[in-house]
Design a protein around this ligand. Structure first.
Ligand code: NAD
Length: 293
């Protein structure tokens, strides 16, 4: 059984990006610059944004973290996005989700300049993804594709089952796996909360991508022997014995399923790290596109 180690695969991406930035700097060019907006102080969001900023610094990107109060008005956030859109020094903009109730996520996503939309959530970029045109691929599905490439997992002609149809993970994942890409060309079944025979569908899968946010949901009896398992889930489960009072759990029952699968991503240390790699690649792509204009 192969552990699809996100530390190793993401390190390879970061090494490549670090050396590309080093040559840009050596050639007297500016560094790619990512701006992240964090609204409020949700613990998980704080951790994700801190990790994105740290990774930027580590590979030589410039980064800015803009913090806004939990109570901030939607108009103030939209104004901040417009400022970043107009700022020639900024290549990529990300607004950490989820946002407080008074703010429409859709309005925020649509306010970001599609050329700086390194999360790939803008409808213009999603449209390009669907049509197989060059675009910013949402970071988590992009990271998973990079992981499949790194470990050279065969996908052509395989049956992939994606559990979850969110705009940020499940749906774009189903599009990529079914596209004519080096790690695409799967026959894809997209399952969701109204899928009646989920266990049976999963048992016919060569590849399962679990992105539903229900810890330990995928059990060994739902997995065909030898299947490849990609666990996207990240849920904080209370555990008084853990130093922080919680543990991070994936959507797959790892002890059971790892005994049946041929390859599996651990949680933590799997898809989460690849998500950051995808974001960093998108930021460099935004920089290169803007520099070439
Ligand atoms: P979401 O809540 O937006 O979507 C969940 C999806 O799962 C929905 O489409 C729903 O129909 C489906 N679903 C829920 N219960 C189901 C069931 N019993 N059977 C079948 N389908 C079911 O979630 P999301 O934003 O896509 O995130 C999913 C998980 O992935 C969460 O745990 C989230 O924290 C995690 N996540 C991880 C990363 C990462 O970098 N590793 C990135 C994004 C999200």
């Amino acid at each position: 059984m192969l552990i699809l180690d996100g530390k190793i695969a993401s390190q390879a991406v970061r090494n490549e990006l670090r050396s590309r930035v080093a040559s840009l700097v050596q050639a007297g060019k500016r560094r790619p610059h990512l701006a992240a907006i964090l609204v409020g102080n949700n613990g998980a969001s704080e951790t994700y944004v801190a990790s994105k900023v740290k990774n930027c610094e580590e590979i030589g990107f410039a980064s800015s973290l803009i913090r806004m109060d939990e109570q901030v008005a939607e108009t103030a956030l939209l104004d901040q996005i417009r400022q970043l859109n107009a700022d020639p020094a900024i290549d990529g903009i990300l607004v950490q989700l989820p946002l407080p109730k008074q703010i429409s996520e859709q309005k925020v996503i649509e306010a970001i300049d599609p050329a700086k939309d390194v999360d790939g959530f803008h409808p213009a970029n999603v449209g390009k993804l669907v049509q197989g045109l060059p675009t910013f691929i949402p970071a988590t599905p992009y990271g998973i594709m990079l992981m499949l490439e790194y470990f050279d997992i065969p996908t052509k002609g395989k049956h992939a089952v994606v559990i979850g149809r969110s705009n940020i993970v499940g749906r774009p994942m189903s599009i990529l796996l079914s596209s004519n890409l080096p790690k695409g060309n799967c026959t894809v079944t997209l399952c969701h909360s109204h899928t009646p025979n989920l266990a049976e569908v999963c048992r016919s899968a060569d590849i399962i991508v679990a992105a539903l946010g229900k810890p330990g949901f995928v059990k060994a009896n739902m997995v065909k022997p030898g299947a490849v398992i990609i666990d996207v889930g990240i849920t904080r489960v209370t555990d008084p014995t853990a130093a922080k009072g919680f543990r991070i759990k994936g959507d797959v029952d790892y002890p059971e399923v790892s005994a049946v699968a041929s390859a599996i991503t651990p949680v933590p240390g799997g898809v989460g790290l690849m998500t950051i790699a995808g974001l960093l690649k998108n930021t460099l792509q935004a920089y290169e596109q803007r520099e070439s204009e």
